[in-house]
Design a protein. Structure first.
Length: 345
């Protein structure tokens, strides 16, 4: 039925809607025991990619598999993958417990599992409340509980912190870390809350305009970026000229009137400014973080600015041993699935 690996493989995946290339030749792998962040601005192709992975959209080319098989070939997919692409699939007049029992019956798990997952997501005391009265954060937790019903190897979550308060975000972060690392499960998280994701993920896939901009360990991405010094001079133009004349070329103005200098130290900049007679009102070392690197990699999608960095080739070496590529992409009529990874209808 499947290889049981818990591995997500996306290889040369593309999707075209008419003249629009929503996704272009994406490749990455998500291994069990890790949390991978899937990042990109709105319209980057994240949701389309997740829908192809979950069998909701047919790829134009390439393949997206879980446990070495496309979603449609997993048998009872809710026992393999749980997913949350939206949290609006609740009958407003049905209690949280009854909502989960309906889905539990559909995937063949006992009714008691409904109470178990409600406890896991912190909704045990709200089991008999109607979903129509839930806050956004509570609906997010209920959607996660639905995804967990089948005790899946793989979790695929789109914006899972949406609507959660700070305590809920901390809880979710700890839960997903434990689920991935202690239970050796596979977690793929799509989000635009970059600072929050940075504290959760092990590796990152950054896409923009449907193209991979970076794929690899988060720590490697950090190391690839130089720290910089932010300088508040009396005359920014004069400081830029003085720095360049002294061989410091990594200089650029910032929107707030400061000058960002890469590849230099506070002492070097201060000496050059003093020699040139330029007053400096302050300097601050600015270390690379995920948010700034994200905007550097995706800035053209926001601004249309020239000089967009070319796509970085993902560190992907092909499918794992024994992978049957002749079966992909799946052919025939598209079989629709519930967003939470439920059984075929």
């Amino acid at each position: 039925m499947h290889d049981g690996s818990g591995r997500i493989v996306v290889q040369n995946l593309s999707k075209q809607f008419g003249a629009v290339n929503a996704v272009q030749n994406l490749s990455f792998t998500v291994e069990p025991g890790s949390v991978t962040g899937f990042l990109g601005p709105n319209g980057a192709g994240k949701t389309t990619t997740l829908r192809m992975l979950l069998g909701l959209v047919t790829p134009t080319s390439g393949m997206a598999t879980i446990n070495g098989r496309p979603h449609s070939q997993l048998g009872n997919p809710a026992r393999v993958v749980g997913s949350v692409l939206e949290n609006e699939g609740f009958h407003p007049g049905r209690t949280a417990r009854n909502h989960l029992r309906v889905y539990a019956a559909a995937i063949g798990v006992p009714d008691r599992r409904a109470d178990e997952v409600l406890g896991l997501v912190g909704l045990g005391s709200a089991a008999d409340r109607k979903a129509g009265g839930f806050s956004l954060g509570m609906r997010q937790r209920l959607a996660l509980a639905t995804a967990l019903l089948g005790d899946p190897q793989v979790l695929v979550l789109d914006e899972p912190t949406n609507g959660l308060d700070p305590e809920g975000i901390l809880w979710l972060r700890n839960f997903l870390r434990s689920y991935a690392r202690e239970q050796r499960r596979t977690v793929l998280v799509s989000s635009h809350l970059l600072n929050e994701v940075e504290q959760l993920i092990d590796q990152v896939v950054i896409i923009s305009q449907g193209v991979t901009r970076y794929y690899g360990p988060l720590e490697q991405l950090r190391k690839s970026q130089q720290s910089r010094v932010l300088v508040q001079p009396a005359d920014p133009s004069a400081l830029v000229k003085a720095l360049q004349e002294n061989g410091i070329t990594g200089v650029s103005p910032t929107p707030d009137g400061r000058v960002a200098v890469a590849g230099s130290t506070v002492q070097q900049i201060g000496d050059i400014a003093a020699k040139a007679g330029i007053a400096v009102y302050g300097m601050q070392e600015d270390h690379a973080d995920l948010e700034r690197m994200f905007f550097q990699l995706t800035q053209a999608q926001y601004t249309g600015a020239p000089g967009y960095p070319p796509p970085q080739q993902p560190q992907y070496q092909g499918p794992p041993p024994g992978y049957p590529p002749q079966q992909y992409p799946p052919s025939g009529p598209q079989h629709q699935q519930q967003h939470w990874g439920g059984p075929q209808q």
